[in-house]
Design a protein around this ligand. Structure first.
Ligand SMILES: Cc1ncc(COP(=O)(O)O)c(C=O)c1O
Length: 360
């Protein structure tokens, strides 16, 4: 069976964890500081603040950016629930917009129609490792005076016109969950170009204190441990090579898959292929599910990210008209793309997908 995703943990990660365990200093310390500095090199030298998860990064990012209870934040409904959960956790109201079906990302034209006096931020998601239309969102932000945040949980090293994800919004949040392009076990990173927002984030993650027992504001404990940071540092060093391998794998699939819609890449952007997501045309979830069952039976793992738009989850339960989102949830399926795939596994994926797609 070729798994849909595969975290890659080697001896270097094990040795790094062992080094921290032997040091006896397990909580946030020098490894976290070093991880933040090293991550900064990939996001234009911006301030980096490590957190215990991508969700904490998003949540505290909203608070630090000054999003207040009752403010509206426009987000895509086609994403992982944490995108909208973090808005609600900050007391704000998620307003769900539709996507551009080509890129699977937030549609700037639809976003513009949803802007009201209460809109304080727009948060595109770089879904599957494809950067959102950040040039358009920058224009919209300037026109309406709203903030741009980035949910970069899946967007490590995705770029647009030479700028990496994390270099656009007032804050951007990354995730290091095990299936992401790099992991820390669990963890997240907030990136900002504002020294003031960075300081607030450092306070918020540590009970509101910079100096021990001199708490300045009410805060959380969302610190990353040095154990997780040590894993993250090793993985960060491997990330560029792994990303290049994902891109090579994607180029092979793009060139050889037939009968399915392969991922689109916006000109000027670099896709980092957190997922390689194809579409089974026809607007039928049954057809897509039959395709998945057939390729799984032939040894090719796959997954649907995400089968239900966030606004229709029980936790939100809204009735909205988001036609592109509703179509894509029925047609999308992600194939294995991880950097450990061998050439023969790639060939198996192509022959199995093409054979099954031809019979649909
Ligand atoms: C788009 C998106 N946003 C937010 C998150 C939340 O990250 P985490 O699982 O690290 O809390 C994830 C990943 O799980 C995600 O894919």
């Amino acid at each position: 069976m070729i798994p849909a995703a595969k975290p890659m943990i080697g001896d270097e990660e094990r040795e790094a964890v062992d080094r921290v365990l032997r040091s006896g200093m397990l909580a946030q310390g020098p490894e976290v500081k070093a991880f933040e500095e090293e991550f900064s090199a990939h996001v234009g030298g911006r301030h980096c603040i490590a957190m215990n998860s991508g969700t904490s990064a998003l949540h505290l990012g909203f608070i630090a950016a000054g999003i207040k209870p009752g403010d509206e934040v426009i987000v895509p409904s086609f994403s992982f629930a944490a995108t909208a959960n973090s808005v609600v956790l900050a007391g704000a109201i998620p307003i769900f917009a539709d996507i551009d079906p080509k890129t699977f990302n937030l549609d700037p034209d639809h976003v513009e129609t949803l802007i009201t006096k209460k809109t304080k931020a727009i948060m595109p998601v770089h879904l599957y490792g494809h950067i959102a239309a950040m040039d358009r969102f920058d224009e919209i932000a300037a026109k309406y005076g709203v903030k741009i945040m980035e949910d970069a949980a899946q967007g490590h090293l995705a770029s647009l016109n030479g700028r990496n994800s994390g270099e656009f919004g007032i804050v951007a949040s990354f995730s290091f969950y095990p299936t992401k392009n790099m992991t820390a076990g669990e963890g997240g990173m907030v990136v900002t170009d504002s020294a003031e927002v960075a300081r607030t984030l450092r306070l918020l993650r540590n009970q509101g204190q910079e100096i021990r027992y001199q708490n300045e504001i009410v805060g959380f404990n969302t610190r990353m441990t040095d154990i997780h940071a040590a894993i993250g540092r090793v993985q960060l060093r491997k990330l560029p090579g792994w990303t290049a391998q994902r891109q090579k794998n994607a180029a092979y699939l793009d060139a050889n898959l037939k009968g399915v819609v392969v991922p689109f890449v916006t000109p000027g952007s670099t896709h980092s292929y957190h997922q390689y997501t194809i579409r089974i045309p026809g607007g039928s979830a049954q057809k897509r599910d039959a395709f998945m069952e057939a390729i799984t039976a032939k040894g090719v793992g796959c997954g649907v990210y995400y089968p239900t738009p966030i606004h229709r989850l029980q936790s939100f339960n809204l009735t909205l008209n988001l036609p592109e989102t509703e179509l894509v949830v029925k047609e999308c399926v992600s194939l294995p793309i991880h950097p450990s795939l061998s050439q023969s596994e790639l060939e198996t994926i192509v022959s199995v997908v093409n054979e099954v797609a031809a019979k649909l």
